[in-house]
Design a binder for this molecule. Structure first.
Ligand SMILES: [Zn+2]
Length: 111
């Protein structure tokens, strides 16, 4: 019996490689779908719930801005830009100073 490399073996290897590539693609798709599903579940679970006590929050109008308030612990949640809206014009630069405290080091190292 010879140990010759038959064309059939090449073909088999080709199809096996193809099948593995398709499996990897399918796995990647399933993983990304799972990540999306996990993210959706997390959002659903935490949506309009207080970050501190976990009770439901309600939207209330405060000085013309719709903010979320927890009636259990009194916590308040502000959406992006709402703090600036409530504070009005930042004449003293206090908000900028506070904002810079929450930025990462690389963002504030502009000098
Ligand atoms: Zn609360």
């Amino acid at each position: 019996m010879s140990q010759e490399h038959s064309p059939n073996a090449d073909e088999e290897a080709y199809f096996q490689k193809l099948a593995e590539e398709q499996k990897a693609k399918l796995r990647a798709t399933l993983e990304s779908e799972q990540a999306e599903e996990d993210s959706r579940k997390l959002r659903e679970m935490h949506w309009m719930h207080c970050a501190k006590c976990g009770n439901e929050m309600a939207t209330v109008n405060y000085r013309g801005v719709a903010i979320e308030r927890c009636f259990n612990c009194g916590g308040v949640y502000l959406d992006d830009g709402e703090l600036e809206k409530l504070a009005g014009e930042d004449r003293s630069g206090v908000l900028k100073t506070i904002g810079s405290l929450f930025r990462s080091k690389t963002d504030s190292e502009t000098t």
